[in-house]
Write a protein that binds this ligand. Sequence first.
Ligand code: NAG
Ligand code: NAG
Ligand code: NAG
Ligand code: NAG
Ligand code: NAG
Ligand code: NAG
Ligand code: CU
Length: 583
Amino acid sequence: MWALPSLTGIASISLFVSLCAAAPAPALEVSEIKTRAASTCNTPDNRACWTDNFNIQTDYETSTPPAGSAPKTFDWEVTEQDNWETPDGRILPKVMLVNGQFPGPTLQADWGDDIVVNIKNSLRTNGTSFHWHGIRQFHNNIHDGANGVTECPLAPGKSKTYRWRATQYGTSWYHSHFSAQYGNGVWGPIVINGPSSDNWDVDLGPFPISDSYDQSADEIIHFTQTAGAPASNNVLFNGTNINPEDPTKGRYARVQLQPGRRHLLRLMNPSVEHNFHVKLVGHQFRVMATDMVPINPITTDSLFMGVGQRYDVMIDADQASGNYWFNVTFPESKLCGTSLNNFPAAIFTYADAADQDGLPMTQGQPLNDTSCQDRTDFAPVITRNAPDFALDPNRDLKITLDGPPFLWKVNGSDVNVDWDRPVLDYVLEGNTSYPRRENLYIVNERDVYTYWVIENQNALPHPMHLHGHDFLILGHSAPQGEPTAFSGGQLNLVNPTRRDVTMLPGNGWLVVAFRADNPGNWLFHCHIAWHVSSGLGVDFLERASEQADQISQQDLAEYQQTCQEWRDYFPSQDPFPKSDSGI
Ligand SMILES: *[C@@H]1O[C@H](CO)[C@@H](O)[C@H](O)[C@H]1NC(C)=O
Ligand SMILES: *[C@@H]1O[C@H](CO)[C@@H](O)[C@H](O)[C@H]1NC(C)=O
Ligand SMILES: *[C@@H]1O[C@H](CO)[C@@H](O)[C@H](O)[C@H]1NC(C)=O
Ligand SMILES: *[C@@H]1O[C@H](CO)[C@@H](O)[C@H](O)[C@H]1NC(C)=O
Ligand SMILES: *[C@@H]1O[C@H](CO)[C@@H](O)[C@H](O)[C@H]1NC(C)=O
Ligand SMILES: *[C@@H]1O[C@H](CO)[C@@H](O)[C@H](O)[C@H]1NC(C)=O
Ligand SMILES: [Cu+2]
């Protein structure tokens, strides 16, 4: 048992934002009220206000704007292509794409909307599943898209429908959870329009930055079972880049800035392996959200992005007209990702620049901070404090690496799900003989914070991601420090940084807390595809006795049908066995 940590004082930070205009005079007709609200809310100078009743101060975990009159519906087909030419002129032996697009189509909606996504699996042999990263799926665990946990994979030739409500807003992404399949291209951005904690004029949309490999993800997971992760062949910005080996192939991603305007850029790292710093030469980022959590804005020169992390940033185009590098820098330790492209970059071009196709003149300064660690001093707008607590030794997750062949173990066990018998089956049957390798951690408390210490007994840092909740980051050891065990040191319990991915330092520790307010089976795993493929994950079995009650008849029938289709299909698929954790 560790000693109770003391509260570290943090002065409350007040928001600059002015909220919505006062309520309209009662004599107005409803239609006029709507017009007036629309004219004073969500304007370039009042982004804090979304509609008359919903704004940046609304607690989005308890209040959601009314849904649009019809759900936002998306029809997506996953297909497989051989010898696909990348935008940087490489030939990939195998890609799997959503609607034939790379990156996949953006799921765009408004805060409060009902979302319906119809998926058709047209892959040749693989199952698939769609996880909505960062989406809380409040009382909607069955639509989390974690195969082997909340569903069976969708068999080739079959279709299924995901339904969820956009109770949060901001920037995220979706991806397949079928082994490392998203590394073959099964991912795309999510944008949920809502208020912002600072003002902006132009929404530039999502800007995903992803690692790209000449081999398929299926080949790499086999390779990494006995060897270190390969360097990527390139880093793509919004799906494109020049070819580092032959710069005549491909093109830089180019983003146009309107001079004198403030731009919202939705940064995301949907990589399989790379964690890196980003910087726009000559400009600052005004950070407005960490993952899908709005924060009191902070100005910074650069940002670290672990796999799966997002930032909504405001970029003020207040510099001399011209072209500017947007650089990715890898942590110095080389333990956090490496690429054959040593200086991955995109170009931001002012709309009035003389040379719209030119290269930037200024190379920029190397970063001071080249650690493999995200900042944890962001203060969420909607505050949450972690009450005093006692840490539970059963909630100390020790991470070790065994092998070769390599297996990442948590408390001595690498996670390995059964595609044809999801954890939800056990819950629905009331069967508590859970196999050890489901790595289940039982959470039966209701609506209180549960605290987890993660201790890394290996030098590699890990971007840890939680489904179904945003966690509070109470503390972590110094990055790249000497091996450090957690000894109950100072933790920040007052409105700590809250998000759905954070780094676990190499040889160090991380303490997070989440509130047990969402019954379901929720994965907590490293987001490096090769690591979760080899076991680095657990499954929080939260309030099992309440799970069945929140599943509708329709959801249950569809779940059973997808499982039946998978069971009918998979045993006959002999040449392609399950060869990893399955997630
Ligand atoms: C998934 O598809 C890839 C590419 O065709 C193949 O290499 C792999 O074995 C398949 N895996 C499973 C489990 O079907
Ligand atoms: C990313 O690419 C898409 C498709 O080409 C484009 O519509 C979008 O504007 C680009 N985003 C940014 C931030 O440049
Ligand atoms: C930014 O990227 C460009 C193009 O690769 C490179 O020339 C420049 O040195 C990079 N700047 C920094 C600070 O890494
Ligand atoms: C980086 O370090 C240099 C030298 O120590 C210092 O002058 C500079 O202000 C630092 N830059 C930032 C952004 O912290
Ligand atoms: C940790 O592993 C030990 C040994 O296998 C096991 O008895 C214990 O139940 C595990 N702890 C948890 C919380 O699963
Ligand atoms: C519980 O599940 C296990 C594993 O699937 C199975 O072997 C066992 O028969 C089940 N128990 C009951 C009572 O259904
Ligand atoms: Cu990892």
